[in-house]
Design a protein around this ligand. Structure first.
Ligand code: GDP
Ligand code: MG
Length: 711
């Protein structure tokens, strides 16, 4: 049977870095907590029979957050053979708190001190051997980032898994041990011997899950409770706090005996100096705005778009379609098939691939910002803003992840304990434009706003604005009202991103993008071509005005009339974008080619579809960026909301947001050029309603007086 090694530790201690190093896989490493919310499995390189399991980061084994539940269930119920407990050696005290719990589960623990490179640089001295002896664990010092000693850690784990485990550390005082002994005695026959201590402590803490698991009889429960109560009376504290406090006291003593910090220097570290400026109350936001503006401007508008122009000329220019047609004709392929391959697949998939250089630059910039530690600061800065209207900065982390892809963003909301805040975060996080949506932005910038310095960064800030304003409005509703959860986030030290780390990030995202182009987008382009070349009268060679696609589009176009792009092409592009957002680009690529003579470039041809109007183009862009995300993200939201009702609320809110935003912009834009219609009135009414919900005083906020009255 294969051996299982579990990686457990606090958030951001380097578990995933170690996991990737040992298994050769490329899981997401983020320089902020809460990245791994699901456990991931891999095999130790060179050892097919050793399975390594990356667990979500946790501070303790109390089931308060979903990650804690995932990790705890795995460790207690599935019983890996050995635990590699990763300890961030720059932060020993907090990390060992978890260790004192892990050793109680009855599985051998290897204390793995990570980030030793940083410790050495600082000049701290840690007696890791002594800590290991005290806690009853094997120890090893590693640096996961630099692959130092990582293989050795795995080897020790494999050897240690087979050995008998050592004694438990002496964490608790006499009276607690007394109660624990009585509890152990009374459940001895009900639990495996090695898990006795774990269950005894959990029962002492009155942990609900553990109590349910054991299905104890009434009598036994009463008996146990009397021992707990005795102890509580003696210590004058509740059982859970007693355990927590004693764990901390124990660790403090341990650490003061075995850790020597290098003389506290008076000067600040470089990280502190940078943070002084970057998280400064007044400068933080302008700096953040400038950086993000730079990222989106550079990747979508300048360097990125030049690269895209170049690839489009070289790889996707008309020569390629011409050459493909000629080549296929020469080998005797029939005309309809040539049309399918050239007009459908090459034009459609080609348009999507044409924007890949822009995406690569964008992913590169975002990876550098994440890996350096700056994005963790942004979450910290956002906490100050979010807190004002009752959301915690924790909600912002999924949104940061959402700039890559909405699916992991929605998953990351699992780290939020409070159900209401989690629901709201799922609902809002996909408003941050993801990579696929940035393709539409890149295309529409090229088509309607070439060289604009505002459009691409503007979409990012608009996304953020929608999140903040929606948050403010929703927090004033009955369901969502409530105080923000505390957000304690340690800021990781800045470090120069490693080339390898950044490249892995960029490659992973780009690869996912290309795979999507080769599968979903490819198939959708064939579907679009088929619908465009078949009609009620059968196969149509040229006459797309009588195609099924046009009839479908016409049938839906009325929906988009108030938004300005109520043409059959606009409707088809918007609807197909629900399959995958970048499909909007592919569909427009196909439709534009079909509608214009083949020599026109894509940008001009697409511009024609929008009647050459910047306003219509903008309206199309806004709707497709801020309506519901793609199919996969919608399905993820349904699943994570855990109820059909909330799934539909999420979807409905997002659709409504995209529609109303686009409607307001188009109608007010038309008003400027003198067109006053029913639509204008509706738009003004919508804006008034939105303003009311954002600005009204919170009817559910409990004032100090209110609370006093209730009590
Ligand atoms: P996880 O949350 O425990 O999975 O942690 P990650 O593996 O995502 O790593 C968090 C951060 O710590 C990343 O920025 C890593 O590059 C960094 N890191 C991990 N191991 C080391 C190490 O040994 N030395 C240094 N200096 N940084 C590390
Ligand atoms: Mg991780």
């Amino acid at each position: 049977m294969a051996m299982k090694i579990a990686l457990a530790g606090n958030p951001n201690c380097g578990k995933t870095t170690l996991f990737n190093d040992l298994t050769g896989s490329t899981q997401y490493v983020g320089n902020w907590p809460g990245v791994t919310v699901e456990k991931k499995e891999g095999r130790l390189i060179g050892h097919k029979d050793v399975i390594i399991q990356d667990l979500p980061g946790i501070y303790s084994l109390s089931p308060y957050t979903l990650e804690e539940v995932v990790s705890r269930n795995y460790l207690v119920n599935e019983k890996p053979d050995v635990i590699l407990n990763i300890v961030d050696a720059t932060n020993i005290e907090r990390n060992l708190y978890l260790t004192t719990q892990l050793v109680e589960i009855g599985i051998p623990v290897v204390l793995t001190f990570n980030m030793m490179d940083l410790v050495k640089k600082k000049g701290d001295q840690i007696d890791t051997k002594k800590l290991g002896q005290e806690l009853g664990c094997e120890t090893i010092e590693i640096s996961a980032l630099h692959s130092e000693n990582t293989r050795k850690a795995a080897e020790i784990a494999v050897q240690y898994a087979e050995k008998k485990k050592k004694d438990l550390p002496h964490v608790f005082t006499g009276s607690v041990e007394h109660a624990l002994a009585h509890i152990e005695e009374s459940i001895e026959d009900l639990v495996p011997k090695e898990q006795l201590r774990w269950y005894a402590v959990k029962l002492f803490e009155r942990d609900q899950k553990a109590t349910e698991n054991l299905q104890l009889s009434e009598d036994l429960l009463k008996h146990i409770d009397s021992h707990i109560k005795d102890c509580e009376a003696e210590m004058d504290d509740d059982a859970e706090s007693i355990i927590t406090n004693q764990r901390y006291t124990y660790i403090q003593k341990l650490v003061s005996d075995s850790v020597k910090k290098a003389g506290v220097k008076d000067e600040m570290t470089t990280s502190d100096k940078i943070d002084r400026i970057v998280t400064n109350r007044f400068l933080a936001l302008p700096i953040f705005a400038l950086i993000m503006w730079g990222v989106y401007y550079v990747s979508v508008t300048t360097i990125g778009s030049q690269l895209t122009d170049w690839t489009n000329d070289v790889f996707f220019g008309t020569w390629i379609t011409n050459a493909a047609s000629a080549g296929l004709k020469a080998v005797g392929v029939s005309a309809p098939v040539i049309s399918l391959l050239v007009d459908g697949v090459i034009n459609g998939v080609g348009t999507v691939l044409g924007f890949v250089p822009q995406m690569i630059i964008l992913f590169l910039c975002l990876s550098i910002l994440e890996d350096s530690g700056y994005m963790a600061r942004v979450a910290f800065i956002m906490d100050r803003i979010f807190r004002k209207f009752g959301l915690s900065g924790k909600s912002f982390i999924p949104m940061l992840i959402g700039t890559g892809c909405g699916v992991p963003a929605i998953m990351a909301s699992r780290t939020i304990e409070n159900e209401k805040d989690r629901r709201m975060t799922i609902l809002l996080s996909t408003f941050m434009p993801c990579g696929a949506k940035m393709e539409i932005v890149a295309m529409m910038t090229m088509v309607c706003f070439p060289g604009s310095i505002f459009v691409a960064p503007g979409m990012y800030f608009l996304g953020l604005g929608i999140v903040v304003l929606s948050g403010i409005a929703l927090k004033k509703t009955k369901y969502f009202s409530g105080d923000p959860a505390p957000f304690v986030m340690e800021l990781p030290a800045y470090h120069v991103p490693t080339v390898k780390g950044v490249l892995i990030h960029v490659w992973e995202r780009t690869k996912a993008f290309m795979i999507k182009a080769g599968t979903i987008i490819f198939s959708m382009c064939i579907v679009i071509w088929l619908l465009m070349h078949f009609g009620p009268s059968g196969f149509l060679a040229e006459d797309i005005d009588h195609s099924f696609l046009r009839y479908i589009g016409e049938g839906l176009a009325w929906i988009f009339k108030p938004l300005g792009f109520g043409t059959w092409q606009g409707a088809v592009a918007s609807v197909s974008a629900e399959v995958a957002k970048e499909q909007a680009t592919a569909t427009l690529g196909i439709l534009a080619h079909a509608a214009s003579d083949s020599s026109a470039d894509v940008a001009t041809a697409i511009n024609h579809l929008f009647g050459g109007s910047k306003l219509v183009g903008m309206s199309f862009l806004l709707f497709n960026i801020f309506d519901a995300p793609c199919m996969v993200a919608i399905a993820t939201a349904f699943r994570e909301q855990g109820s059909k009702k909330w799934g539909w609320i999420t979807f409905g809110y997002q659709m409504l947001m995209g529609y109303c935003l686009s409607l307001c912009v188009f109608q007010i834009g038309s008003l400027v050029s003198g067109s006053f219609t029913v639509g204008t009135v509706v738009a003004i009414a919508l804006m008034v309603i939105a303003a009311y919900f954002i600005c009204r005083p919170n009817p559910y906020k409990k004032t100090a007086v209110g609370r006093f009255n209730e009590a």
